[in-house]
Design a protein around this ligand. Sequence first.
Ligand code: NBP
Length: 475
Amino acid sequence: ARAQIGVTGLAVMGRNLARNFARHGYTVAVHNRSYAKTASLVADHGDDGDFVPSESMADFVASLARPRKVVIMVKAGAATDAVIAELIPLLEEGDIVIDAGNAHFPDTRRREAELKAHGLHFVGTGVSGGEEGALNGPSIMPGGSPESYEWLGPILEDISAKVDGVPCCTYVGPDGAGHFVKMVHNGIEYADMQLIAEAYDLLKQGLGASAQEIGEIFAEWNKGDLESFLIEITADVLAHVDAETGNAFVDVVLDRAEQKGTGRWTVQNALDLGVPITGIAEATFARALSGSVPQREAGRVLPAESGAWEISDRAAFIEDVRLALYASKVVAYSQGFDQIAAASAELGWNIDRGAMARIWRGGCIIRARFLNRITEAYERNPELSLLLADPYFTEQVGQGVGAWRRIVAQAALNGVPTPAFSSSLAYYDGVRAERLPANLIQAQRDFFGAHTYQRIDKDGVFHTEWTGDRTESDA
Ligand code: NBP
């Protein structure tokens, strides 16, 4: 038994992860349900390093040095449970099972408890960066026991992306914490993409700019505060010309966005926690709206009564869109980090939010220069209750508030939907408001349901006899 780590499940992700381990000098046990994938990995990439292929799960497990470290990289869901069931009788106390697929965190919590009962460690880990990341350095978000991280951490940090020499991998927290953080990461990715799409739409409709021209604007933005993988690839995508028609590629792509479900999970969880993640929610719903074919067909008859764009200064408008994009993006991240804080408090995970921003700086889809600023904000104040209220972000977003309002107002006046820009601004105005109209809601609730209310001028909980003489009593 000489392999230092094993990977079972050798489709694109598992194959690349196994190659990444091998390229870093680890002896890697490799296994797949059907042997063909194992054989082709060794045949095609044997010179990446030292692979120990096995046809059976029993041989695979036997080829691993103890404590065994088995990475499962199969289709998330029932396949993961099937592989775990196969592994349990073959493993021994103290061995570590790592699920690197996109599991939903409640499943990870269930599996962790189950394996713990067998004396095994279960590490649910987020892995971001797609197949490219898996091969060349992903962002890795491992949960599970701190003890398992002592064994596993150095290996995972070794194969992760590095930014300024710092690994994009750290221990996240117990049981489902790693997969939870990966889920929120994906939710933030949805928001980021929607915001970029809205900025593109504003430039297209407001300026009548071509995809090529908008691509150049994004390329320019990528030199500043917005520098990120998503802005960079947006510039690239917008510049691409369709070979068949000679038109801009984006102009021939059907406007229906699909989703695999992590955005939905993020929103569902936020509803459970009662955390307003409006940016992520609007982004998820915007994809749903784009795919609502019958509604969109029926909706074409709706009157617009919109004005015409009046933009006298193109450069000023572009700068306004940039500032609005930046501000809305800060809101989306602020909300996502709030969700992490809420789940961490509820489930006792003790997640270090600054460390999460740090491990997202490289390898993953939302990698961005801006994440350094988030890490710094949480280093300044680990208990920060609102990322937006960190002095750096207050100033940065504050500088763009006027632009943000102009853009959202112009979009509304001209009938261009900007759900993420608009809801982010509404959130900003909501959290900074001295007084919200929730007073009226609470009064209504007391009226029809005797749900009680608190007062601004004295302590206690009260109820008014709405059907009687309207006297107030202590509830
Ligand atoms: P797939 O999600 O396409 O799964 C294919 C693998 O699962 C094959 O190895 C297949 O074995 C195996 N498998 C299945 Br299906 N059912 C099985 C069962 N009952 N028992 C054992 N093995 C079974 O692979 P992928 O696209 O490489 O993704 C792997 C994981 O990584 C997934 O959880 C996915 O969500 C996640 N992922 C993450 C990213 C990212 O950016 N982080 C990107 C893509 C995927 P076979 O060869 O014998 O059919």
